[in-house]
Unconditional design. Structure first.
Length: 278
């Protein structure tokens, strides 16, 4: 088995102030799993931008692990972006994940349609021109749900990489054959940057109704059957979900994937158990 694949986690700023300290406990414990990097999302609708910087700075400076701060088109004007990048640099963070980002529920049509950055590629070009930050990007093994076709999605992905993206992280997926097919198509397009496979452990039946439906990822029969069988039993569902994620990761590593990026959902026990088994 190839063990050369990098390991990384995604965390998010907790929405409730009283839960904020818990993220640092999670990160201290997660650091003992020796991830190559930890990314921090841009919070709900960008309301936690300062928290993203605080968390990313802690990862980088206190833990000595490469921190990647998410930034989104939806969250920033040109002026806000400049301030945010200055704050990141001052906090010792030099790596960002440039995303279009989901439209916040409170954002009006007028606000959404008048945003200053429309696509992640616009953001990448601006960052490349005005900062010295390292830039990663996102990709969709089953195509972005708004893209008319996978081919068109790949053309835009190539534009984004050519604009200055040094590595890619995939949206969550549950069927490795989709990922392998995607990798073949991506490499055929001349995209050579490392691609980190995004893995989301499904440990409750509810997750399929929320997180997964938002991502546009398809649910293979094996995972659907597993939820039908264990969904009503909390502990059995948790074990089955962890087992599914572990088998998915083991298969990816055997196929020589560049990296495994675990969507941790700030859950230490689940993340630790998965890492112990892969």
């Amino acid at each position: 088995m190839s063990h050369n694949a990098s390991l990384s986690f995604e965390v998010f700023p907790p929405k409730k102030e009283e839960e904020f300290e818990n993220i640092f406990d999670f990160l201290r414990a997660a650091a003992k799993l020796h991830p190559d990097f930890i990314s921090c999302t841009y919070g709900a609708g960008g309301s936690r931008a300062g928290k993203t910087i605080e968390i990313a700075s802690f990862i980088q400076k206190e833990l000595g692990i490469d921190a990647i701060a998410h930034i989104t088109c939806v969250g920033f004007t040109h002026a806000d972006l400049e301030k945010n990048c200055e704050a990141l640099t001052a906090a010792g963070v030099n790596h960002v994940l440039a995303l279009r980002g989901d439209r916040p529920q409170h954002m009006t049509d007028e606000q959404f349609n008048s945003r200053e950055f429309f696509y992640a590629t616009d953001l990448v070009r601006h960052l490349k021109e005005h900062t010295s930050l390292q830039i990663s990007g996102a990709c969709y093994p089953e195509k972005h749900f708004e893209a008319p076709s996978l081919e068109e999605d790949l053309i835009h992905l190539k534009e984004k990489v050519d604009a200055g993206v040094s590595s890619l992280v995939t949206q969550m997926f549950f069927d490795n054959t989709c990922f392998y097919r995607f990798i073949e198509l991506v490499r055929a397009k001349g995209i050579t940057v490392p691609i980190h496979a995004g893995i989301m452990p499904i440990t409750t039946a509810k997750q399929l109704g929320t997180t997964v439906s938002l991502s546009g990822s398809s649910v293979p029969k094996e995972l659907a059957d597993l939820i039908a069988t264990y969904g009503e039993n909390k502990e059995d569902m948790r074990k089955a979900g962890i087992d599914y994620a572990v088998r998915q990761i083991q298969d990816l590593r055997e196929h020589g994937v560049d990296g495994i990026h675990i969507y941790s959902m700030n859950k230490l026990k689940t993340t630790t158990e998965i890492c112990a088994l892969i």
